[in-house]
Design a protein around this ligand. Sequence first.
Ligand code: GLU
Length: 547
Amino acid sequence: MTNKNLADLILPNITKTIDDLRREYPKREVEGEVTRVAPSPTGYFHIGGMYQTLIDNMIARNSNGVFYVRIEDTDSKRKVDDAVELIYDTLKNYDLMPNEYQEKDRIVGNYGPYVQSERKEIYQVFIKYLIEIGRAYPCFCSKDKLDEVRERQERYKQRTGYYGPYSTCRKLSIDEAYERVKNGENYIIRFKSKGNFDEKFRFDDLVKGRLLLPENDEDFVIMKADGLPTYHFAHLVDDYLMGTTIVVRGEEWISSLPKHVELFNTFGFDLPKYIHTPNIMKKDEETGKLRKISKRKDPEASMSYYKEHGYPTLAVIESLMTIINTNYEQWHTNNPEKSYLDFVYDPKKMSASGGLYDLDKLINISKTVISKMTKEELCEKAYDWACSYNEDLKELIDRDRDYFMNIINIERCQKKPRKDIAKYEDIVDNIWFMYDDLYESRDKDFDWQVINDKEEIKNILDTYMDKYFNIDDKDSWFNGVRDLTNELGYCANMKEYKEDPSKYKGSVADISTVLRVGLTSKSMSPDLYEIMRLLGKDRILKRYKNI
Ligand code: GLU
């Protein structure tokens, strides 16, 4: 019996060779880098995946290369319905669709299928080759047996794994392995390692820098019982055939690098370059210490969080950009009119130890992003969001789109625009008082501030409406407020007031606050003149009368 006989017995239908595949998927002729993101369809899009996608996308775009998506669905236990759709919906939403991908039955690109479960035969060509050259073998060890070995290794404080003396099936003769496969015993395929754990090798990661790693000596699994490859093997085959030049993936894969290096070397394939992205860190609310953002503890670890709360996609991207490259914020300040798409990603400017991500920062960025939108743009985006997530906002926009746009336009499109909305979810809370029905139905806590005597407030409001109300233009409005101030014994000039407050009942600021609170119940609001113009005399009168 030869290795070839064993390979034919295990994979009888595989007749293609690696050379055949190379002809089918020739080396790419592309000027720039080839990057990919390889999400698993688990029904959850982690913020770390988004941050890797941004890097992949930038590298490919900056270099005139190719960015593709490969769906890693070889773990059938973790597969969830509609998860692939969630991945593509998220990428579309963020305008990060790749150059090559496979969605439903549409394949875009010549290196597909881009879904691993559809590439079974391709992997098996490589597996068969390894069995033929004696570098892979069937392993019949049961789960119980492997558990028992692991427990023993742990008990004696040994490295766990299937290596050296523990790689029992490696020692089987070809004849015996052949017989056992033939007899229908369950098996998986393991790689036969030639490495020595005591030897170290150097590895240069584009972000992590030079690493010193032990050689792999584990006979790790490359093909599972269902005929699909493990991650390690799929990484080799796919990134080789699909021509990936830079692998961007999480730093949790560094410990598997020795396996990958040995696999690539065994086949004589060039290793791609790697960027192992540092974890996204956050400050723990309880301990105040930095820790990895966690799927279990932090809702903001999921991309769906941003969608549900109505953060503009650009704000999420900008906040991730600040942890992707340490010079991004400076660049952005120096080039306020440029888009993040103009920024050139540099792996050397990425912190190797982990970027600090915080929601307060996102909120600030988001306020700026929203403040720069035109009223039409904000209305459209908010409406799209509201259709799925906020019936109240949708209803307000449907009621009168122009009126809504006029409200959100207050202090917009000016040198220092107002920054009071961080997410679409905040809008109703910011503008409800501009709608009479909401104004009447809400429980209001009038925040009167300095002047809080009921009689005095009534007097200010009545005198204003009787004698000084004028919203023809901003100057007339302002003069009206000033004259009211003077008539009632308050000081219209803030400088004079501050010099000797005891001379006056209060200042023009106190009077404005009364006028503002009477309309909005809040002491802070957008421009009062604009609010008055939108409400109009009758509605203002009605509100003031009811105070
Ligand atoms: N499916 C792997 C993951 O989600 C991809 C790792 C890689 O990019 O190679 O972690």
